[in-house]
Ligand binder design. Sequence first.
Ligand code: GLC
Length: 577
Amino acid sequence: MFRRKFLATTLATAVALSLSSLYGSAYAAADATTVQSDENWARNSVIYQIYPRSFADGDGNGIGDMSGVISRLPYLDKLGVDALWLSPFYKSPQADAGYDVADYRVVDPMFGSTEEFERLLKEAHARGMKVIVDLVPNHTSDEHAWFQAALKSPPGSPERARYIFRDGRGENGELPPNNWPSVFGKAAWDRVPGEKQWYLHLFDSKQPDLNWDNPEVRAEFEKVLRFWLDRGVDGFRVDVAHGLIKEKGLADLPIEEGRENAGALVGPMWDQDGVHEIYRSWRKVLDQYPGKRIMVAEAWVTPRERLTHYIRPDEMQQAFNFDYLMTKWDAGAFKEVIDSSMALTATVGAPTTWVTSNHDTVRAPSRYGLKELGKHALPGNGIGPATAQPDEALGLRRARALAMLTLALPGSTYIYQGEELGLPEHTTMEGQYRQDPMFLRTKGEEVGRDGCRVPLPWKADAPSFGFGPGDKTWLPQPASYARYAVDRQEGAADSTLNLYRKILELRHDHKLGDGQLQWADAGKDVLAFDNGDLRVLINMGAQAAALPAGSQVLLSSEPLAAPDRLPANTAVWLKRT
Ligand code: GLC
């Protein structure tokens, strides 16, 4: 099998040099670190997100697990990805699908054992794939030993000081301490039964926020990092990296911003400057380990410049580029976001990342099959039976073209499990099956994220489409998933799976992840650029466009009816002559 790693030291040095002039003297000392991290494997990596509960089920209980992942490592290897990111598999009551951690050092029996995780790690490494794991530092589960101890301890105790407890307002403390809403709906505070005190949870009631002003919390997380680094993980995806520090005083939000502000990117609970010293201290821990361990920030921040703070030379190596994910189907909009993403990350010498789907957002084929993106570009705003439905064929066609755009860009790219199958969202899932706390807390007003978390189809004609040995799946799969099953796509030359395999192979061979983008002019609806010895074109308009005469087509997302025409919603990679 073709394999992955290639380093570009010359380019790296050039970037580091330009960094020192652009970024000024404050980071002069850190530039040395940058030169090193330019050799970092993650600068150009294709990282595949595994959402363990929905990837593959080894034991047949309807929920995916470690043994399921292990059994599919050959599939991932053949796909040609460089690294895997596993969403949380730690001990958890699963109030938010594992993003509510009860014990950071234990694999939940639902997913397997620590030994199985270690086997997974070893086998992935043997195949040349890195493994990064999810770290959830903003909050614990309410079933975490610390929170249980806090509830049993009096106000003002050291146990309570690990979380954010405050007295309620009103005569008897019957009103929440401030008016902050939870991202998942309703208030961000719950009252301790029989007391004046309330605790803060920016997400579900079962996800109390930690108090990051407390040194004990900081010390504990450094130990958690070391625990997994010692086991050999290659890095961490840092959940809600923009949330850990809250503005002192916990002041009310301006009146009645209410829900509108809940998922917002600015406010006294988001993107406070104080988070950065935490990431600097973590970086020091990571750098004590061999092999360039990385961190990637999940930080929903605005304006875009703010994201670069998380990837300064002494903080994280990457941040998810959600601006790219939220871009509407329009050549000008894509050009703008690509340009600004690359320009901004260059100011700190970090690689740009590209992401088009994940476990919080509507899958790309469904998003781009909608007439209007509207709020569905934002996380949590799923598509339900009462929502305008996407055009499945159009969405798939666009998603295939988008994959050829995205994976031709220099930098590091994330693929969300099933994306390589062109898998759509389950857009008609009835409320009775939905489990996302966002759906539950808003009584269905927000559709939530279950639609993008449906168990993967592996075999078209098997029960649960081959997700597990039986017919159980924790969320129902739509009948259409048969068409997308891995075994259906395996032998079909023009399948999305085979398209992805070719994309990744060519990306590797032509060193696109390490390349440089040079725009070419191709009209209003067509994006065209050169990267190394390839020219990439994507037609985002409704009409066919011209291809340069004598083009040598290496790959196209759809068959080309005529050699000099690029159909609508289609991308090609041409050999530059
Ligand atoms: C992140 C996760 C999301 C989770 C939330 C709370 O945004 O991606 O799935 O619900 O954090 O942990």
